[in-house]
Design a protein. Structure first.
Length: 100
């Protein structure tokens, strides 16, 4: 059970980093710092979008976008940090308490 907890925790940490990198990438792209015609930049953008969109799209449908600002990555990061990870810790504690 402990190994599963460690794996899930690491996956959530890696996904948080992917979300942050994706946000930075989108902003660099939006401000014209990255060239969209560059094939490597385009492939990185597609890769990051494929990793983040399945999680961000449902949040975007629920959240309003005041002033055109997308708050969905921040909401997902907060959910991971303050809901999912503490829930995993509680589940691990309960399973260890029950002898599992």
């Amino acid at each position: 059970m402990f190994v599963l907890f460690v794996i899930l925790t690491r996956v959530l940490e890696i996904y948080c980093w992917i979300l942050l990198i994706s946000c930075i990438f989108v902003n660099l792209y939006a401000f014209g710092i990255l060239d969209s015609r560059n094939q490597i930049v385009w492939k990185i953008g597609v890769f990051l979008e494929r990793l983040t969109e399945p999680v961000l799209a449902p949040v975007r449908r629920v959240l309003p976008t005041p002033g055109g600002i997308d708050f969905s990555p921040m909401v997902v990061l907060l959910l991971i940090q303050y809901v999912l990870q503490p829930t995993l810790v509680k589940l691990l504690y309960l399973s260890m308490e029950n002898g599992g």
